[in-house]
Design a protein around this ligand. Structure first.
Ligand code: PHB
Length: 401
C-alpha cells in the first residue's frame, strides 16, 4: 500500500516518540514505525536521570503530569572513594539546578499513551524497514506491518531515531559520515531490586574491585550497577554474589546496604560513539542512531530529547520552505553531543578500574576525585555537566511548544 505523510519516523524509543509528539503540536503529520512490540518498548530498562532542561522540555510539551507527581528531585550526588563518601551539592554549586530521577521506561510509557490518545500513527512490530531516495525531496519509508502487509510511505523527511543498530545510519552512502568510537574494557551488570534505596541520592563508588553505582527508581525500588568484564556471563552472578559484591564496593562504617528480591538483571556494554553530520539529504539522525555515550552520568536519554527538540524546529522550518534550520540541525546538536561525550568519558574513566592498569592509574583517579570534592571550581564543573545545559524551547508556527 502506498501512502503519504510529512515525516516518517523510524524507531519508537524516547527520541522517535517525543519527535512525533512535538511535530503533532506543530500541526505536522508523521508515522512512526518500530520493530519491537509495544510491550517490549515499555519494559526495556534504561537509565533514569533527567536533566532540568529535559524536564522543562517535557513540561512545555504537556507531557509531565506523572513526571511531576512521581519524579524524585535530587540536588546532588555522592562520590565514594578512599573509604569515604562525599556529597557534591548541585543546588549550591549551580545556583539551584537539580536532576530528576524518573526512569526512561516511564518516559516511554507516558509518550506512547499520549500519542495513542491523540490518534498518532504508531506501528509496532514492523519488519523489513528500509529508507530510500534520501537525496530527493520525496524520501521513501518502506516496511511490513505486524499483519504482514507491505507499506511504502512517501515522506517530506525521514527521522532516524532507531538507535545504534538501526537501519537509518547505514542507509547513508559510504564516505558521507565521519565517526569516532571508543569501546571500554568493562561493562555494567545492572539490577532492579524490590527494596527501598539505602541512600537519598545516587552514590558513585570508586573501589579497588571496580566501580559501583547505587541509583533508584522509586522510594520502594532500587537500581544498582557493578562494573564487570565486557564478556561477563550473567549466569556467573547469582543474586547472593551480586549483593555481596555491591556490599563490598559500597562498604562504609555505620551504613548498611539493604537487600531484597532482584526483579531484573542485565549487562550493558560501554561505548562512546559519535557520527557526523547528523543529516544526509532528507534523512535526519537523532539520539543513539547518531551517538552513544557510556551510561555513567546518564546522558543518553537527555541527548536524545535535546536532539529531537532541535529537529522538530528544523523540520517545521524545512516544511515551510526554510532550508537553513535543516542545514544547521547537525551543528546545532553536535556541541552538546561532544560536551556530553567528553563528560561521560571523563566520569567513566575516573571511576572505573581498567583491567591490567597499573597503580599509577589508580593514583591519578584518586587525585582527581579528591580535587573534585575539595575545589569549588572542579565541583562546579561536575555539577554543571551533570545537571546539563538548557534545552532550547522553540515556538512552533502553529500550536507548538
Ligand atoms: C540509572 O538510574 O539507571 C542511572 C543513574 C545514573 C547513571 C546511570 C544510570 O549515571
Amino acid at each position: 500500500m502506498r501512502t503519504r505523510t510529512q515525516v516518517g519516523i523510524v524507531g519508537g524509543g524516547p527520541a522517535g516518540l517525543l519527535l512525533s509528539h512535538l511535530l503533532a503540536l506543530r500541526g505536522i503529520d508523521s508515522i512512526l514505525v518500530e520493530i519491537r512490540s509495544r510491550e517490549y518498548c515499555e519494559a526495556r530498562q534504561r537509565a533514569g536521570v533527567l536533566e532540568d532542561g529535559s524536564v522543562a522540555l517535557l513540561r512545555a510539551a504537556g507531557l509531565a503530569d506523572r513526571l511531576d507527581r512521581q519524579g524524585l528531585v535530587h540536588g546532588g550526588i555522592y562520590l565514594q572513594f578512599d573509604g569515604q563518601r562525599r556529597h557534591v551539592d548541585f543546588r549550591d554549586l549551580t545556583g539551584g539546578r537539580t536532576v530528576t530521577v524518573y526512569a526512561q521506561t516511564e518516559v516511554v510509557k507516558d509518550l506512547i499513551a499520549r500519542r495513542l490518545a491523540d490518534g498518532g500513527a504508531l506501528e509496532f512490530s514492523v519488519s523489513d524497514t528500509k529508507v530510500t531516495d534520501l537525496d530527493t525531496d520525496r524520501p521513501l519509508l518502506r516496511y511490513t506491518d505486524a499483519a504482514g502487509e507491505r507499506h511504502e510511505v512517501v515522506c517530506d523527511a525521514i527521522a532516524g531515531c532507531d538507535g545504534f543498530h538501526g537501519v537509518c545510519r547505514p542507509s547513508i552512502p559510504p564516505g558521507v559520515l565521519s565517526t569516532w568510537e571508543r569501546d571500554y574494557p568493562y561493562a555494567w551488570l545492572g539490577i532492579l531490586a524490590d527494596v527501598p534505596p539505602s541512600t537519598d541520592e545516587l552514590i558513585y563508588a570508586h573501589h579497588e574491585t571496580g566501580f559501583a553505582l547505587h541509583s533508584l527508581r522509586t522510594p520502594a525500588i532500587s537500581r544498582l550497577y557493578l562494573q564487570v568484564a565486557p564478556d561477563e556471563d550473567i549466569a556467573a552472578w547469582p543474586d547472593e554474589r551480586i549483593w555481596a559484591e555491591l556490599a563490598r564496593r559500597f562498604e562504609l562504617p555505620g551504613w548498611t546496604l539493604q537487600q531484597g528480591p532482584i526483579l531484573d538483571k542485565g549487562i550493558t556494554p560501554m561505548r562512546s560513539f559519535v557520527s557526523a553530520p547528523m543529516r544526509y539529504g532528507r534523512l535526519f539522525l537523532a539520539g543513539d542512531a547518531a551517538h552513544i555515550v557510556p551510561p555513567t552520568g546518564a546522558k543518553g536519554l537527555n541527548l536524545a530529547l535535546a536532539d529531537v527538540a532541535a529537529l522538530a524546529a528544523a523540520l517545521d522550518a524545512l516544511l515551510h520552505g526554510d532550508e537553513q534550520a535543516a542545514a544547521d540541525y547537525s551543528a546545532s546538536c553536535l556541541d552538546r553531543v561532544w560536551r556530553s561525550t567528553h563528560f561521560s568519558w571523563w566520569l567513566t574513566t575516573t571511576l572505573h578500574r581498567t583491567p591490567g592498569a597499573d597503580e599509577m592509574e589508580t593514583q591519578l583517579q584518586l587525585s582527581q576525585l579528591r580535587y573534585v570534592v575539595s575545589s569549588r571550581a572542579a565541583a562546579t564543573s561536575l555539577a554543571e555537566n551533570y545537571t546539563g545545559f538548557p534545552v532550547q524551547l522553540t515556538e512552533g508556527r502553529g500550536r507548538g511548544c
